[in-house]
Design a protein around this ligand. Structure first.
Ligand code: MRU
Length: 350
């Protein structure tokens, strides 16, 4: 695949002993890279959404553990492993819903389970983190290819949040087919829901797709039903933060609304996600922890209060879409559909 037209900045860049991070809080107006030099910096960047999107927070956390490993002053391998495990737990506590975070951290922990020296452990952890990032790019490209097979020239597709290049190593998951379509001269128009309250759709998805020359139209979340009807939307595609053993999918709040709308309008609703987003240890969506964030995200707009002082606020960052509303889960290994429990158990044999 050619990548010459692909100019979206990378969100996580490893620089020998620190992370250079694209500050997603400042987009689209300011393209700023900040330096993360400690595990605390990485925890804060994940918690405050300077880096966000399930695969990207996994990659950032992995390099956070590399920073911890390089600073560690343990004198025995066992002491080093214990100390790194503590830092793993700390980084894993930064956000609760996206499983890619603990998936990446645990992969690093496993990589040092049989090392003979601290030096070997430090090198191994670094290589594993780099490998996770390199693999994610290839995985997202494959997801894009599989996803593109469900669309055709002229389609109008709706999405929510940002499951794009900056939410991953490159290409994204739900947005990957649009980049590949552009390169193959297939015209697909994207309708991006703004994604209240943090506006990942308005700020990030439109910014990404416009830079790549993909035709994108921004709508507010409450315009979805009217837009599906009046603009003849042919499908909806979203990313995922965690997929349970039965296919129930956690993704950005508002995703479930879109799945219900897709069902009402008889259009397909797709989830695009890598295998690192599956959590076969949770049997269904009810077991997935849903992050609740600061009420100010809802009561304020750009730092200006819009709701009365003292109002009660419910601010879940994610919702669960039941698998029966999902037409297909698009992974790097192909598209799962029908009996998700069976398909997922084949991919993750016990
Ligand atoms: O709160 P966020 O911005 O981290 O939520 C991100 C999403 O919900 C994405 O759709 C998901 O992580 C997939 S990113 C490829």
């Amino acid at each position: 695949m050619t990548t010459t037209n692909f100019t979206i900045p990378r969100s996580v860049i490893w620089k020998d002993d620190f992370i250079s991070l694209l500050n997603q809080q400042k987009l689209p107006h300011v393209t700023e890279y900040i330096e993360l030099k400690s595990v605390e910096d990485v925890w804060e960047a994940i918690q405050t959404l300077k880096v966000r999107g399930a695969p990207a927070i996994g990659i950032a956390a992995a390099f956070g553990l590399v920073i911890a490993a390089h600073k560690d002053s343990s004198t025995t391998v066992a002491e080093f492993q214990r100390s790194i495990k503590e830092k793993r737990d700390y980084l894993a506590s930064s956000r609760p819903t996206a499983i890619n975070l603990v998936w990446a951290l645990d992969r690093l922990i496993r990589s040092i389970s049989n090392v003979q020296s601290i030096n070997e452990a430090k090198t191994t952890i670094l290589h594993e983190a780099i490998q996770i990032q390199v693999e994610d790019e290839e995985v997202c490209r494959l997801i894009g290819e599989h996803a593109l097979s469900v669309f055709k020239n002229g389609d109008r597709v709706m999405t929510i949040c940002n499951a794009g290049s900056i939410a991953t190593a490159k290409y994204g998951t739900a947005l990957a087919p649009f980049y590949l379509a552009k390169e193959k001269d297939i015209n697909i128009s994207v309708y991006a829901c703004e994604t209240r309250p943090v506006l990942q759709g308005a700020r990030l998805t439109t910014w990404e797709l416009m830079q790549a020359g993909v035709d994108v139209t921004l709508i507010t979340d409450n315009m979805a039903a009217h837009t599906i009807k009046s603009k003849n939307i042919s499908a909806i595609i979203v990313g995922a933060d965690r997929i349970a053993a039965n296919g129930d999918t956690a993704n950005k709040i508002g995703t479930y609304n879109l799945a219900l709308l897709a069902s009402a309008f008889h259009i397909p609703f797709y989830v695009a996600a890598p295998l690192s987003t599956f959590d076969p240890t949770v049997s269904n969506g009810n077991e997935i922890p849903i992050e609740e964030r600061n009420p100010e995200e809802v009561t304020e707009l750009n730092g200006v209060r819009v709701a009365p002082e003292g109002v009660k606020v419910f601010n879940p960052a994610f919702d669960i879409t039941p698998s029966e509303l999902i037409a297909g889960i698009i992974t790097e290994k192909g598209i799962l559909s029908g009996n998700y429990k069976e398909a997922i158990s084949t991919l993750f044999p016990v």
